[in-house]
Design a binder for this molecule. Sequence first.
Ligand SMILES: NC(=O)c1ccc[n+]([C@@H]2O[C@H](COP(=O)([O-])OP(=O)(O)OC[C@H]3O[C@@H](n4cnc5c(N)ncnc54)[C@H](OP(=O)(O)O)[C@@H]3O)[C@@H](O)[C@H]2O)c1
Length: 344
Amino acid sequence: MRAVMVRRYGPPEVFELQQLPDPQPKPGEVLIRVKAIGVNFADLLQRMGIYPETPKPPFIPGLEVAGVVDKAAEAGAEENSESLRPGDAVVAQTNFNAYAEWVAVPAASVSRLPAGMGFTDGAAIPVNYLTAYEAIVTMGNMQPGHRILIHGAAGGVGTAAVQIARAKGLFVFGTAGPAKQEYLRKIGVQHAIDYEKADFAEVIGKYAPGGVEMVMDPIGGKSWRKSYECLAPTGRLVTYGFSAVAGPDGKMSRIRAAKALMQTPKFNPLDLMKKGAAVIGVNLRQARLRGDRLRSAMNEIFRLYAAGKIKPIISKTFPLEQAAAAHQFVQERKNMGKVVLTVK
Ligand SMILES: NC(=O)c1ccc[n+]([C@@H]2O[C@H](COP(=O)([O-])OP(=O)(O)OC[C@H]3O[C@@H](n4cnc5c(N)ncnc54)[C@H](OP(=O)(O)O)[C@@H]3O)[C@@H](O)[C@H]2O)c1
């Protein structure tokens, strides 16, 4: 099969398209012929070697695919798995190894695509929508009428979070760069904030005096402190990314990472109690360890899709062999919505 490999940690040019042996599914695994691959910010961090548990190069990056089942696992071989047949259109979460024509994944990580959903939309769903759902619904317990501030609202997780928040009846504030303000309004952000023009904490102070019930903040560093200050009593700060460590050059900089770490607030349980607030760390890798939690979330996400309440917005597709260009595009912050790689 053809696969895109990281030959050494670094900028997008480190990708190399290679011919490799097809994967052989182990017991309990499903073999999938890949049609589309979701590109995540995490893939950029994998390429740079700063994503947790990134193997030493050479390795195949990526976390999610949509495709067709070639070989199904034995029925019931895996707990929390659907019974699948060859030819079924599916979406799957992978632990690396997604940028390839074939993947073998545990059956528990595979879901049949709902009727009417294409491979490109399918590949855009798992990481972004499960992260947003875990934050807003499962861990956040947000209720209709609550207010949420979503940072990076024009991105992959951001767009998914806006859609889920609106589907759940929340009022949405969203931040993004200046070129993305119109997009924010189009996807349903009720109060768009251009972080270059305005201080988001001041905007919240003015338009949600007393604070908001949730802030979703994947930026990290000093942003977490300011986001925490935007919380209303009983509010939740959701930390789920640390984009501040990645620079525009696509390289990891120790200086930038050290600065962001130094600016990271230390939350004291006594202060949290006094404020009546929660700091929630969302991590899909951990959520996956909790039985059928993500499968239930995925089923609910598919129900919202069928009801027309959510729909992935595809910013741009690139053929698999142009994975470097796809990374460059995300790195330059050009994506509004999701970037997907397609496989012929
Ligand atoms: N914990 C988890 O399980 C989990 C799961 C999925 C994603 N994440 C995290 O969530 C975040 C968003 O992921 P995504 O895949 O949806 O990416 P994305 O939002 O589609 O792309 C990144 C966007 O982040 C914004 N950004 C802000 N500061 C940045 C910086 N210093 N460097 C680069 N971009 C910056 C940019 O938007 P503007 O131009 O508007 O600033 C950029 O377009 C990432 O931090 C990712 O690691 C975590």
